[in-house]
Design a binder for this molecule. Structure first.
Ligand code: GLY
Ligand code: MN
Ligand code: MN
Length: 439
């Protein structure tokens, strides 16, 4: 893993007065002495490519000898027998391209010397409480010495201002990885559509899509897969995935693969038995109308808020048509009446984090999209069993349709187009109505 080009780009963007301290992710306990599978922090991995816990990167562009230092776990023969090989201090330099490297245990002792001479510290407070304590302590000690002519950081700037702004527009190399994550996610959705039958359990679908992710070399799903049959589809963050899929119900599948640290994020909603009922089709085609219009609207210069407003217009008009809302469209939109059935926003940036970093607003105004930003477009309608004043036939129907779209200079390019979306395509792939024959 050579030194990522993002590190050099960051060096170019920082000034001689800056020092950036970027910690890696810590291990997190799953139960007792067993940890969750380790996942490096996205900022840290983006800049360093280094994938072990207990590491800190220090970047000082104006330092003549060592502008880039890594603090890492040292080699340890005994521990490596249990937990696998470590790159160690030498590897941090030789493999990962650090100009200098030290054991992580030496970080605090070196901190005063690192901070001295820089007037601005780039650091995110609030994610690593122990490190925060150290940084604050040494900032205060150094600041007390400024009377003696010592230069110490008087400002602390959040990582978001520079690193997240770099991450929001993707390079061509990043786009290749995102595209692959999208393709694998699409392959998993197609496999699920082909396999689902009445009588299967939601967790079987979860296992199937995550098998496709792993089979293609993905580390994991990029978030907890959502498999909601029937009314469960109306619960936005349903992750229990423990119920039986019933003949005559829809199933909402929201699942995406993480490929080499880049996320896919697809939602499809389809009939468990392969054939939409009339009522399901009415809701589905309305969401699809909004989704395709918003996907077609993606281009540089438009904001996610403008696209959201477009989805609200289409969904509100359609809900009046279907008898879910009553009244004048403009007035209903002004009142936000759609939020009863469409309670989330249209989508989000996607990249190393599924809900990726980057500012959605600038100076209080919605940020116009730019080429290289990747977004999700994912409108939905959710009519729970308990919804009041709705036609009975629509109760228990939840539909979301989600694609990943990269903004290009010409418009938007859909990365997740390999999964069918129209009623006809879905029914054709699923082979029409399937008997209740899974178990
Ligand atoms: N599954 C998370 C999302 O769609 O945003
Ligand atoms: Mn999703
Ligand atoms: Mn999403």
């Amino acid at each position: 893993m050579p030194r990522p080009s993002a590190l050099d780009e960051l060096m170019r963007r920082l000034t001689a007065n800056d020092i950036a301290i970027i910690p890696g992710a810590l291990e997190t306990v799953r139960s007792n002495d067993t940890n969750h599978r380790y996942r490096q922090s996205s900022d840290f991995y983006y800049l360093t490519g280094y994938d072990e816990p207990e590491a800190i990167a220090v970047i000082r562009p104006a330092h003549e000898e060592h502008p880039y230092i890594l603090f890492v776990r040292p080699r340890d023969a005994e521990k490596e027998v249990w937990d696998g090989e470590r790159a160690g201090v030498e590897g941090a330099k030789e493999i990962y391209g650090a100009d200098e490297a030290f054991p992580i245990a030496e970080f605090e002792a070196k901190l005063p010397e690192l901070l001295t001479g820089r007037s601005n510290l780039i650091y995110r407070l609030g994610t690593h409480p122990n490190l925060d304590q150290n940084v604050i302590k040494h900032l205060a000690l150094l600041r007390a010495m400024t009377r003696k002519g010592i230069v110490a950081p008087l400002t602390v700037t959040d990582t978001a201002t520079v690193i997240h702004e770099m991450r929001v527009t993707k390079t061509d190399d990043e786009l290749k990885l995102i595209e692959r994550a999208a393709q694998i996610s699409a392959e998993a959705h197609v496999a699920a559509m082909k396999a689902i039958k009445p009588g299967m359990y939601e967790y079987e679908v979860e296992a199937l899509v995550e098998y496709v992710f792993r089979k293609n070399g993905c580390d994991a799903a990029s978030y907890g897969s959502i498999v909601g049959g029937g009314n469960n589809a109306t619960v936005l963050h349903y992750v229990r995935n423990d119920r039986e899929l019933k003949d005559g119900d829809l199933v909402l599948l929201d699942a995406g693969a993480e490929y080499k640290s880049y996320a896919g994020d697809i939602t499809r909603t389809f009939p468990v038995n392969g054939k939409f009922t009339e009522a399901q089709r009415e809701i589905y085609e309305l969401v699809l109308e909004a989704q395709t219009a918003c996907v077609a609207g993606v281009r540089p210069g438009i904001s996610m808020d403008e696209l959201y407003n477009l989805s609200v217009e289409i969904l509100t008009a359609g809900m009046i048509r279907l008898g879910l809302l009553e009244g004048d469209a403009a007035k209903l939109i002004e009142e936000g009446a759609h939020k009863k059935f469409y309670m989330h926003k249209l989508g989000h940036f996607i990249g190393m984090d599924v809900h990726d970093v980057g500012a959605y607003y600038r100076d209080g105004k919605p940020r116009p999209l730019e080429a290289g930003i990747v977004v999700t477009i994912e409108p939905g309608l959710y009519i729970s069993q308990e919804a009041e004043n709705v036609p009975d036939k629509y109760r228990g129907i939840g539909v979301r349709i989600e694609d990943n779209v990269v903004v290009t200079t010409e418009g938007g390019r859909v990365l997740t187009g390999d999964v069918p979306k129209s009623v006809e395509e879905i029914e054709a792939l699923m082979g029409g109505a399937k008997a209740n024959a899974a178990h």
